[in-house]
Design a protein around this ligand. Structure first.
Ligand code: NAD
Length: 494
């Protein structure tokens, strides 16, 4: 139970928490990996105070210098990708290859915002009179609380932390209680930065809630469940704190009849989109709407491909799919599938467990009634419900029929279908023929209850900037619209 970094980072100092201990489990073996001493309330407050203290100087630092420090973070992450990826695999259960990739993407986000952050600080707008200058300034907000889930612990942190820092904010970061170890390892990646600019905590919802309720935290950037997002929004509403929420999804995956010749490719892409990280991706494909003429071939190809996938030890290079993150998560997924089967659905493949570890073999479900949770609420597990549809109209209507609007996938090469889906599907991202591909330059986020605001791209930087209008009159002279309204001319001497 050692070899893991378990100290917190508060005001530039690494220190053990003085609160209760948290056991971190390996979801593949159910063994305890490490115990993290959590921060006591005063340590959470001290982290916020340190961020506040550092805020003024960090905001005043030229953006190009901040950018250099962020590039150095990216370099340190890349240098330690194997080591960090291994710890992510041990605590989260994602296959090693996906975790080392995640460290690379995390570094890429720091590099991206290092440059974007020195490229834009507002704009000049036409002034009302020729003697004036009018500016729109983009300024840091102050202290940003970054609260993230366990499925992509470093990437989702970087999508907040990198732009928040690039925009001149300081931060207090809290990983999920299920995956704190990889985040606490990052202290070394920030030790070239001024103390207090990045603070790393650990803990569960109570630590998150303390950060959110703190008046000194100007903005909360959160990724997690819709329910927690709503709770955070309520608290922040009370003091009008800024929020950026990336919440759950129930992404549709539409397969049009024109892909008949490539139905195997669509099935492989669909299986990857449904099973990646054991389906624990906010943009997992969770509902397949397949046009009648290609339905049977698609289903067969999907099931055949599912049969080839290797479920096992996430440290093993051959493994495609690891365990779910926790017993609770496995129980939720399993209960949703069982409820659909009780309502008349057929479990064509999968859904099996192991003696040890929270494994759930990738499942294919057909015939699920539309009102079952399996087709309406987030599953967050490796389950692909496949539904036959008669037309694109029906597919689009079903795609838009939940409270979510995060992402959507469509397989088609018919230009008319592309334009209709692009315009009519209510989702923050619509991918055509290339599921789930991220792009640092592309804003990411959800419509409807899937979230508020965007991460990545220019929008992802502006999410951490306040807007200030500056109006400068270069002449000191009275204006004709001032008092007195009844005439009488300017005061003597003007
Ligand atoms: P969660 O909402 O339970 O927890 C997320 C984080 O919030 C954790 O760090 C948790 O400790 C903290 N938290 C819990 N209660 C809190 C409170 N009252 N105040 C402040 N912080 C609190 O979510 P989870 O189970 O860790 O993650 C799974 C969810 O995340 C899924 O719903 C998934 O869709 C969503 N997710 C969304 C995206 C996206 O970008 N839209 C990406 C990944 C995951």
């Amino acid at each position: 139970m050692s070899g893991f970094e378990t100290r917190l980072l508060i005001g530039g100092e690494q220190a053990a928490g003085t609160g209760p201990a948290l056991a971190v489990e390996n979801p593949a073996t159910e063994e305890t990996l490490a115990e993290v001493a959590l921060p006591a309330g005063e340590q959470v407050d001290a982290a916020v105070a340190a961020a506040r203290e550092a805020a003024r100087d960090w905001a005043a630092m030229p953006a190009i210098e901040r950018g250099e420090l962020l590039h150095e973070v990216a370099k340190r992450l890349r240098d330690r990708a194997d080591e960090i990826g291994r710890v992510m695999t041990l605590e989260g259960g994602k296959p090693l290859i996906e975790n080392t990739d995640e460290v690379g993407w995390t570094a890429a986000a720091f590099d991206y915002y290092a440059e974007i952050g020195r490229n834009f600080a507002g704009r000049v707008i036409p002034s009302i009179e020729s003697t004036q200058l009018a500016l729109v300034l983009k300024e840091p907000m102050g202290v940003v609380g970054c609260i993230v889930p366990w499925n992509y612990p470093l990437l989702l942190l970087a999508w907040k932390l990198a732009p928040a820092l690039a925009a001149g904010n300081t931060t207090v970061c809290k990983p999920s209680e299920l995956t704190p170890l990889s985040t606490l390892m990052l202290a070394d990646c920030f030790d070239h930065m001024p103390p207090g600019v990045v603070n790393l905590l650990a803990g569960a919802g109570d630590v998150g809630a303390r950060i959110v309720a703190d008046e000194r935290v100007d903005c909360v950037a959160f990724t997690g469940s819709v329910e927690t997002g709503k709770a955070i929004a309520r608290v922040c509403a009370d003091r009008i704190a800024r929020i950026n929420l990336e919440l759950g999804g129930k992404d549709p995956f539409i397969v049009c009849e024109d892909v008949a010749a490539n139905v195997d490719v669509a099935a492989r892409g669909g299986a990857w989109a449904a099973y990646l990280n054991a389906g624990q991706v906010c943009t997992s494909a969770e509902r397949f709407y397949v046009m009648e003429p290609v339905y049977d071939d698609f289903l067969q190809a999907f099931v055949d491909h599912t049969d080839t996938l290797v479920v096992g030890d996430p440290l093993d290079a051959e493994t495609d799919i690891g365990p779910l993150v926790s017993a609770d998560q496995r129980q939720r997924v399993s209960a949703q599938v069982e409820a659909a089967v009780s309502a008349g659905a057929t479990l064509v493949r999968g859904g099996e467990g192991r003696d040890r570890g929270h494994f759930f073999t990738p499942a294919v479900v057909t015939g699920a009634p539309d009102e079952t949770d399996l087709l309406r609420e987030e599953t967050f597990g490796p389950v692909a419900p496949i539904v036959r549809v008669r037309s694109l109209d029906e597919a689009i209507e079903l795609a838009n029929s939940t409270r979510f609007g995060l992402g959507a996938n469509v397989y088609t090469r018919d230009l008319g279908n592309v334009v209709r889906c692009m315009r009519e599907i209510k989702a923050g991202t619509v991918w055509f023929n290339d599921p789930l591909t991220d792009n640092d330059a592309a804003p990411f986020g959800g419509m409807k209850q899937s979230g508020l605001g965007r991460e990545l791209g220019q929008e992802g930087l502006e999410a951490f900037q306040e807007t200030k209008h500056v109006h400068i009159e270069t002449q000191i002279a009275p204006k004709e619209w001032w008092y007195p309204y009844g005439g009488g001319g300017p005061p003597s001497g003007a």
